[in-house]
Structures are given as C-alpha cells and as structure tokens.
Design a protein. Structure first.
Length: 276
C-alpha cells in the first residue's frame, strides 16, 4: 500500500535525549550510530517513503539485494483458507521481511505477524504487526488484537521461539518454541504450515550471546546488534522451505499443545523424516 509520501528518519542523539540522556559521551553516540547503521538506515527509509506492509518489506529486500529460493511452494494453501505459518527464526529481521513479502503477495496482503511490541516502532510495518508484550503481563488490549487477528481472514505469521536462533551445542538453532501458536490455531480452527529458513548471523553475535549468558546478564545486549547483522547480509541469498501443511482437523486433542509444538518444530527443521 502507498501512503502519502513522508520520509521517516532516525536520529540517535534525539532518541537519547528523549530518554533523558542529554549529554551522552561522543564516543557512545558515534558507536550507536555506527552499530545501527544510522546513515544507511535513513537512506533505506528515504527510498521506501510512502510504503507500508508488504510493499515496504518487498522494497527493503530489493534495496538490500536480498534474494531467495522458495522450495515447496506447492505446499502453500489456496487463497481463502486460513492458516498459521510457523517458522524458525535464524536472522532476527530479514527472515520476517521475507515472510511478509512472500506470503503477503500470495494472499493479497492479508497477513498479520505476531511480534514483540517493541517492533511497533517500525512504523511502515505497523499495519502488519500484532503486538505482544514479552516482558510483562499481557494487557486486555493486546489480547483482543491477537484474538481479532485469529478471527479474521488474514494469514497469521509466527516465530514461536520469540527470539532469533542461538548457537547451542555447536548448532545454530532456535530456542524452545512456545506453544501459544498451536493453542490459538486449534481454538480458531486453523491449520499450521511449518517453514524453515536457511541462514545465520555472524559468530560475533552468538559469542556475545554466550558471554552475556555466562555473565548472567538478563538484558539481551546482543539484540542491539541485530540491525548491524541485517546489513551484513546485504547481497546474500537464502533457501526457504515450505513444509507440508497440517490441516486444522489433524490437530486433535490426542496430543498435548506441547507435543504438537515439538512435532511442528521438527517438521520445520526437517527432522521428522518426512519434510525433506
């Protein structure tokens, strides 16, 4: 969708001042500008001015020269059927943009993405996002937005792990998947389509995450570097696997939500011996 052309911009100094930090050290300001790629980000926002949702995601991928090969496209359900698309989350940003672009084009822009409420500050994607509070009690307003989305005709996009993948026992894999997407799918009589993305962030990102955990720092400081990780992926290509859907009628009460969650995660990763 095209909106009235209005260019957004990011000014880290203004952001710091809005948070009460009026005299931040110059080295800190310079570091933050560099790590969030302020100039490149503002250039991207200038080139996508007036776009939102699927159009914004598609244009942003074009600007970053991100390409992908879609495997199993025949597994995408027909237009008119309602599903939850559950994917691994290796990249922390680009994978979301690719999902919005691919599925948004397929389903006439009728897609909704369940995300951390902090991402609602990404204004061009706000119409596509359904916010949830990952760090506190869910408000009735948020719960109503989620319910309205599941009751709608839109396809629901979900990263069940919540956070992007980490290096665990020598493998880059998701953190445990939360079962909410299964319970909501069953309640709203939606099937589920498992999806798998290739790709990874830099080793610096994973080492920083491990160091933070070793030091018992609760704040996910590695997340500050996700914009930097995104720009490191410029000119890259990815493989995306659409697995065979699980129809709504197949999600029976014979298995618990947790069991279904593990089954669907295994299908995403191709470890169920049937997905490849």
């Amino acid at each position: 969708m095209n909106l009235e052309k209005k260019s957004l911009s990011i000014d880290i100094e203004k952001v710091l001042k809005s948070k009460g930090v009026n005299k931040a050290p110059r080295f800190l300001v310079s570091f933050l500008k560099r790590i969030i790629h302020q100039d490149e980000l503002n250039e991207l926002l200038e080139q996508t001015a007036g776009l939102e949702g699927v159009d914004f995601a598609t244009k942003a991928l074009e600007i970053l020269n991100i390409t992908f090969t879609l495997h199993g496209e025949e597994n995408l359900p027909p237009v008119g059927e309602k599903f939850v698309f559950a994917s691994n989350h290796p990249l922390g940003g680009l994978d979301g943009l690719m999902l919005i672009s691919i599925l948004g084009k397929r389903y006439d822009g009728k897609v909704k993405f369940v995300v951390n409420d902090l991402l609602m500050h990404v204004t061009p994607l706000e119409p596509t996002f359904i916010p949830i509070n990952k760090h506190g009690k869910m408000s009735s307003g948020y719960a109503r937005k989620i319910q309205n989305a599941f009751d709608s005709e839109a396809q629901i996009l979900y990263f069940p792990a919540g956070l992007c993948s980490r290096l665990i026992n020598g493998k880059i894999i998701d953190l445990p998947w939360k079962k909410t997407f299964v319970s909501k799918a069953i309640e709203s009589h939606r099937g589920i389509v498992p999806i798998h993305f290739s790709g990874k962030n830099s080793m610096f990102f994973y080492r920083l995450a491990k160091l933070r955990k070793f030091l018992r720092i609760k704040f996910n400081i590695e997340m500050i570097f996700l914009v930097d990780e995104m720009f490191k992926q410029k000119n890259n290509s990815f493989d995306i696997y659409i697995r065979e859907p699980l129809p709504a009628d197949s999600l029976t009460q014979e298995k618990t939500y947790s069991e279904w969650t593990q089954i669907i995660r295994n299908k995403s990763y191709g470890t169920d011996n049937q997905s490849r």
